[in-house]
Design a protein around this ligand. Structure first.
Ligand code: PRX
Length: 665
């Protein structure tokens, strides 16, 4: 994977347990230069957050910063604002009017730059077009687009008129799209004829058409013309984006949104077969993403900021669109793959556009390591001044490699921990003041209170346990769309009765006011947090969250499958890979073609990101006497580990047979 000299250099760093203090040149100009901010924010978090809210533009100022009735928080109560106005109009009507808001490059090499004024025009026109189609405040709009500027324009246009967007990652299958449209009861779908990935066209409209056979709530479909992709148009329902824009008015009044009005729904995987629609609202969300983008990335007007996340994930929402644009930043966006046409595409883009801040995922960094240092070495990366990582724990080796070979030893690396649910970064270094330790996300952002609790809810100062967030924060989720009971159960009742705020909610679940993210973590002697991955049945495959139950449901949906159990195994590049243990129905023959069929079936049901790496056929699955599948044992088999206690199994022989069989494959 690495050359000898690379390995040596990294090992030296790690053996010496080296810290990376901020460099003086960076510290001197950073937004945050003093540790005092932690104490100041902790003393009065509401005042601290209100300070950031004041940097935004409000139609009506709030009456109260926080109304906290666990597990429901309202931030900036009584305040009114419009997010699109904050992200676009503010700058289009200022001296930043001609500054690039979005610089974009398509995979084939086509380029577009939208100044803040251009973005203002596009967002206004598209907002008018949506209104003309009858879209009103509160309507849900599904967005299924490639990484093109229209994705950001569509989101901002929804925010402008108060429609609620529900972005679905372009890599999800028709069925996943259909489920999300139906759960949200979306009225309009915005898609494209296609997009480019590794030189191939991804036919989005064609995929969407399959979804649209079962989505009665959809009244209109808007199609961006990305290329010459073949497609079918259904008269009356389907409209070309460019045609609508030609007939749209130039200006659309921004809707005065209540601070707690819905901004978006974003679906994410959980511990059941059905993804959850995470709800985010307006005032608190914008304050949280504005503040963290500014301080974590130390964002300045002259920066060219590139977050490689797709718009379909929360990172694309908070740190491609809302956070950076609320800061008046210049955002770089790229449509395609990092290794197309060559493995230096990202480095070539950084060189070409003078990118200064680069934010990506550990799985990508591990691929870059594998491809070798010659690719970044060929390019001038001297414009970079800060690097970020998100999505999964970054192994110290990858951290040091990133710091050395991409950051050339002088860029701080901010490892940022957060989730779809948290909406904003919660645990992170502040690049001007934090002594970095490779592999640690370091400390909670000022104003955030986190700790490690054990099963009983007791605090652990330096040991391991469950990560817990003990105070509300502005961009926190406000619920699960249409499922308040699950919201309480999933996030707020891990430790009933331990906190003074424990109370019964309307829907009778116990809530303790402590947020349980589902991650394991430990703290070291300096109080730094080390994230250890999920503690529930959720996998993190190449930075994507996938529920084991989702994949299991997809597998048992196949006519040949009787039962399935899915676990994750460690994977060098992806972090985790999916292994499925499958029992087939009587009379069905095991074969390689069935393996392929099952893998494709999962890809069809969910998307290719969920395609299992290995499929193992098994006559039985290891179960407890009460019938619960013991995933712990399956995981141990998949990872070739010692099995541990098997005495609770109904039939201990099952596991031995399975182990033997797995070792033989
Ligand atoms: O397990 C944590 C991991 O990703 C999960 C959240 O996934 P998602 O909602 O898809 O959002 C990803 C982008 C924010 C978390 O529960 N995770 C995310 N960032 C980190 C991380 N694990 C360790 N270190 C991180 N920096």
């Amino acid at each position: 994977m690495k050359t000898d000299t690379q390995t040596k250099a990294i090992d030296v760093f790690l053996e010496e347990n080296r810290r990376f203090p901020p460099q003086e040149a960076f510290r001197k100009t950073a937004w945050v230069q003093s540790e005092e901010i932690y104490e100041k924010a902790a003393r009065d978090p509401e005042k601290f957050w209100a300070g950031f809210a004041e940097e935004l533009s409000w139609i009506k100022k709030w009456d109260k910063v926080l109304d906290w009735k666990p597990p429901y928080a309202k931030w900036f109560v009584g305040g009114k604002l419009n997010i699109a106005f904050n992200c676009v109009d503010r700058w289009a009507k200022s001296s930043l009017r001609n500054k690039a808001a979005i610089i974009w490059e398509g995979e084939p090499g086509d380029q577009r730059t939208l100044t803040y004024w251009d973005l203002y025009r596009e967002v206004n026109q598209f907002a008018s077009a949506l209104k003309k189609l009858g879209v009103k405040k509160g309507d849900r709009i599904a967005i299924y687009l490639p990484m093109i500027p229209e994705a950001a324009i569509a989101m901002l246009a929804c925010a402008r008129i108060g429609a609620v967007h529900n972005v679905v990652f372009g890599g999800f299958s028709a069925e996943s799209l259909r489920d999300r449209i139906n759960d949200a009861q979306a009225k309009v779908l915005i898609t494209a004829d296609g997009g480019w990935r590794r030189g191939k066209m991804i036919a989005l409209k064609k995929e969407a058409d399959q979804a649209l056979t079962g989505t009665p709530s959809i009244q209109h479909v808007i199609i961006v013309k990305r290329g010459e992709f073949p497609l079918e148009i259904q008269e009356g329902r389907d409209h070309w984006w460019h045609r609508l824009m030609q007939n749209a008015e130039a200006y659309s009044e921004p809707e005065a949104m209540d601070s707690e009005d819905l901004l978006y729904i974003l679906y994410t995987s959980g511990t059941t077969g059905k993804p959850k629609g995470i709800i985010h609202t307006t005032g608190g969300y914008l304050t949280g993403v504005y503040a963290t983008t500014k301080w974590v990335f130390d964002l300045k007007p002259e920066d060219v900021y590139w977050c490689t996340a797709d718009i379909g994930w929360v990172t694309g929402h908070s740190y491609v669109v809302y956070g950076p644009l609320a800061n008046g930043a210049t955002v770089f966006m790229y449509e395609g793959a990092p290794d197309w046409p060559e493995k230096d595409r990202f480095w070539q883009l950084i060189e070409k556009y003078g990118v200064t801040i680069f934010y990506t995922a550990p799985t990508a960094i591990r691929s870059f390591m594998k491809w070798g240092t010659e690719w970044p070495a060929k390019r001038d990366l001297s414009s970079l001044r800060l690097l970020g990582s998100v999505g999964e724990p970054i192994n110290p080796e990858a951290w040091v490699w990133y710091h050395q070979h991409i950051g050339r030893g002088h860029c701080p690396v901010v490892d940022t921990w957060w989730q779809t649910e948290t909406g904003m970064i919660l645990i992170t270094p502040l690049p001007g003041i934090t002594n970095l330790k490779p592999g640690s996300a370091t400390k909670p952002f000022p104003g955030i209170e986190a700790c490690i609790l054990n099963e009983k809810g007791e605090k652990s100062e330096t040991g391991g346990g469950y990560l817990a967030i003990t105070k509300p924060w502005p961009a926190m989720l406000r619920g699960i769309y249409g499922d308040p009971e699950r919201y309480v159960k999933q996030y707020w009742s891990k430790w009933p009765n331990i906190y003074p705020v424990t109370r019964k909610t309307e829907n009778t679940s116990l809530c303790n006011g402590v947020y349980f993210p589902g991650d394991g973590a430990k703290r070291d002697e300096d109080g730094y947090f080390w994230l250890l991955g999920r503690v529930d049945d959720v996998l993190n495959v190449a930075g994507h969250r996938i529920g084991t139950m989702e994949v299991e449901s997809a597998l048992v949906d196949h006519p040949s499958v009787a039962e399935a159990a899915v676990v994750g195994k460690k994977h060098e590049i992806k972090g985790e890979a999916i292994v499925a243990f499958v029992t087939i129905k009587e009379g069905i023959q095991k074969s390689d073609s069935l393996v392929n069929e099952l893998r494709s079936h999962v890809a069809k049901k969910i998307g290719s990101l969920a395609r299992p790496e290995d499929i193992i056929f098994s006559a039985d699955l290891p179960k407890t006497r009460s019938g619960k599948i013991m995933r712990r044992l399956l995981k141990a088999i998949a990872e070739g580990k010692v099995l541990g206690d098997v005495t609770t199994l109904a039939d201990p022989e099952v596991i031995n047979r399975l182990k033997q069989q797995y070792e033989e494959t």
